[in-house]
Design a protein around this ligand. Structure first.
Ligand code: DOR
Length: 432
């Protein structure tokens, strides 16, 4: 029998500190537990206890790009960031478009054992956008795939998107769309606007995202399927989602925003440092403000990192040749605290909602994003809300070091992460 005692912690940052006893992976007691014995006692010091975070959008790069990240290093970054579950995107090499690859990713995640790794299945064969992948085969595999995405590319063919929504509906799946009309973004290098014009970079116009989101909302209603919109980046997309959710027209539509789109804007591009290159691109102040508002009110359901490690040679080069993407797992909480909690847009219950509960429900997970209560699985994260730390990309657990937050002070430090009662990260150290 294993017993972990979290002493003096504040679930959801509310009320007086309590003790939380975890026995064999389950929360056994929430309340005062004086004199209780345990194998490990964590002195909480009044820190905030939340359900472990769930990331619907992580690039773990294995198989194929182990020079950027592996399932082991990405899992370590996740545990250190307070995550107990990540969804590993399908744009690996080979692509995760069949049962063999998704089972491999799933098994490797279990071997590492730091977070639950759920492979995302590709929607189309080889991310080619031409033929549906074997969605049912991936769903029926040991990996039990429920989330499907061609992320990195848009499923731009409306008929294929319709079929994917119809087909996944049969087994309760969800199609996570990277909304980008490729005809409108050919050659794009930055958000289309004054900054891109001044820097001489080809523009990525907001309607390239918005038109696909509007179309897919209509297809979700028509088919009764489930759509999840990846990395919402424009104020206009938030408006479409707001309109959609008020309409309640059938189907299910959910959406995520990344920490970088909540905080960073295209003004950072002035240095031409490719660490700021990401897809969809950093947009304007007004977009970021609209996204913070949309997340606060629930129009955008959750935060997802789009953690996208790249090997140094793909970032240490000129802007146009650089790969898009930035690290996100270990900095997500800090950015959410800075952009949402400190300004009063979200309280800690809200953080639990957008970083754990909503993503878990969107993906249909039964054992994550659960209440902090006796009888519930002990997937938890303990956060010091007041402590600040300085981001040093070289010290992050990922292999790639492409963090745009180098040198930034971030509030909110992860003290301990527990996966089914096992401590996976403790004061910045991973426990493999
Ligand atoms: O910036 C991005 N990087 N956006 C994507 O959609 C894909 C990702 C990657 O795989 O690097």
């Amino acid at each position: 029998m294993s017993r972990v005692l979290l002493r003096g912690v504040r679930p959801y940052g509310e009320g007086e500190p309590v003790d939380v006893l975890v026995v064999d992976g389950t929360i056994a007691e929430v309340g005062a537990a004086p004199g209780t014995e345990a194998d490990e006692v964590v002195a909480g010091g009044g820190a905030v206890l939340l359900p472990g975070f769930v990331d619907l959008h992580t690039h773990l790069r294995e198989p194929g790009r182990e020079d950027a990240e592996t399932i082991r290093t990405g899992s370590a970054a996740a545990a250190l960031g307070g995550y107990t579950t990540v969804f590993a995107m399908a744009n690996t090499d080979p692509v995760a478009d069949n049962a063999v690859v998704v089972e491999h990713v799933w098994r490797r995640g279990r071997e590492v054992g730091l977070v639950d790794v759920h492979p995302v299945g590709a929607v189309t064969v080889g991310l080619g956008g031409e033929r549906l992948a074997e969605l049912g085969g991936m769903a029926a595999s040991a990996a039990g795939v429920r989330v499907f995405s061609d992320d990195g590319r848009c499923v731009d063919d409306p008929l294929l998107m319709r079929r994917a929504l119809e087909y996944t509906k049969a087994f309760g799946g969800v199609v996570a769309q990277h909304a980008e009309d490729p005809r409108l973004t050919a050659g794009a290098q930055a958000h289309e606007g004054p900054t891109a014009a001044k820097l001489g970079l080809a523009g990525w116009p907001a309607p390239a995202e918005e038109s696909i989101v509007a179309r897919d909302c209509l297809l979700a209603a028509h088919t009764g399927g489930s759509l999840h919109v990846c990395h919402v980046s424009t104020a206009g997309t938030a408006d479409i989602l707001r309109w959609w959710k008020a309409r309640d027209a059938g189907g299910a539509v959910s959406a995520e925003v990344t920490p970088h789109h909540l905080l960073l804007t295209d003004e950072r591009l002035a240095t031409y440092d490719p660490v700021n290159k990401v897809n969809p691109p950093l947009r304007t102040d007004a977009d970021a403000a609209a996204l913070r508002q949309a997340l606060a009110e629930g129009t955008v359901d959750c935060v997802a990192t789009d953690h996208a490690p790249h090997a140094d040679q793909h970032k240490d080069c000129e802007w146009s040749a650089a790969s898009p993407g930035m690290l996100g797992l270990q900095t997500a909480l800090g950015i959410v605290v800075r952009t949402m909690v400190r300004p009063g847009l979200l309280d800690w219950r809200g953080v639990a909602r957008v970083m754990s509960e909503r993503p878990a429900r969107i993906a249909g997970l039964a054992d994550q994003g659960r209440p902090i209560a006796a009888g519930e699985p002990a997937n938890l994260v303990l956060v010091d809300p007041d402590d600040e730390w300085t981001v040093r990309a070289a010290e992050l657990a990922s292999i790639g070091s492409n963090s745009p937050y180098e040198g930034m002070r971030l509030p909110g430090r992860v003290l301990v992460t527990l996966l089914r009662g096992r401590i996976t990260a403790h004061e910045g150290e991973v426990r493999f």
